[in-house]
Design a protein around this ligand. Structure first.
Ligand code: DGL
Length: 270
């Protein structure tokens, strides 16, 4: 039993979809969330830069909050930094790629499946690799959807501009005739209405947030780290503007963001 917090991070608001799933499944856990809004999007950035930001955030969560586990609630950071994070820190670490691939395969209703994600995630080949390993019989169509994250960060979940962009970027998925599509970026569940408007009801959209929460619960159990307190908590830290984070976060998730605090980061790429 361990009442220390679970540390969760993302480039901005996306990881809140994972926070919600963890809070629903484990209401007694204390959650500390870091949204790196000052440096989003991670998707178009080089691997080294995303790795550096990720390690900086993990150091901060461990040094300042003594977190008992790290959840990399960002597919791009999972693709680029998970192995290094696992190696560097002594606390257990959960990423998005494995739970995402598992949920997608479990939900497949035909032999054609798809993944959308950031340019970084899709070009890293992480999903292609793991899906080839666990489900070589399935045909996978992957597409990068640059620009989606920016709409979510602005709190713009439905608009004509978003629809036009989605129609263009999702064409390979529509042409691939997939039956199930993994939303391989934690921001994308916020855009589910628009994505399903474009692809139609025949494509099942899969978010990996719930499966990731199950991995968190399993690992806390395996390491005897479950919380022994009666009620959990939620604190959020942003590297961006606190008022924006409160306002947009509350709109997106309805969680209480009154405790959001600021943490300054170095915005320079090098
Ligand atoms: N939410 C993140 C992901 O899952 C990163 C999005 C971004 O900042 O580009 O990939």
């Amino acid at each position: 039993m361990d009442s220390r917090p679970v540390g969760i991070f993302d480039s901005g608001f996306g990881g809140l979809t994972v926070v919600k799933a963890i809070a629903d499944l484990m209401p007694a856990e204390d959650l500390v969330y870091f949204g790196d809004s000052a440096r989003y999007p991670y998707g178009p950035k080089p691997r080294e830069e995303v790795l550096r930001y990720s390690l900086e955030i993990c150091d901060y969560l461990i040094d300042c909050f003594d977190v008992k586990m790290i959840v990399v609630a960002c597919n791009t950071a999972s693709a680029f930094a998970l192995d290094t994070i696992v190696e560097k820190y002594s606390v257990p670490v959960v990423g998005m790629i494995e739970p995402g691939a598992r949920s997608l395969v479990a939900a497949a209703t035909s032999d054609r499946i798809g993944v959308i994600g950031t340019v970084g995630t899709i070009s890293s080949g992480s999903y292609q690799e793991i899906l080839q390993e666990i489900a070589p019989h399935l045909s996978v169509t992957c597409a990068a959807t640059p620009g989606f994250v920016e709409f979510v960060e602005r709190g713009e979940l439905e608009s004509d501009q978003l629809l036009v962009l989605a129609e263009r970027l999702l064409r390979p998925i529509a042409d691939g005739n997939v039956s199930s599509l993994l939303l391989g970026c934690t921001h994308y569940p916020f855009l589910a209405r628009t994505i399903s408007k474009v692809l139609g009801g025949g494509v099942t959209l899969i978010s990996s947030a719930e499966e990731t929460a199950f991995s968190v619960r399993q690992l806390l159990f395996d390491y005897s780290l479950e919380s022994d307190s009666k009620v959990g908590g939620f604190r959020a830290i942003t590297s961006g503007d606190v008022d924006d984070f409160r306002r947009i976060g509350r709109t997106l998730l309805g969680l209480d963001f009154s405790t959001v605090v600021s943490h300054r980061v170095d915005r320079k790429a090098e």
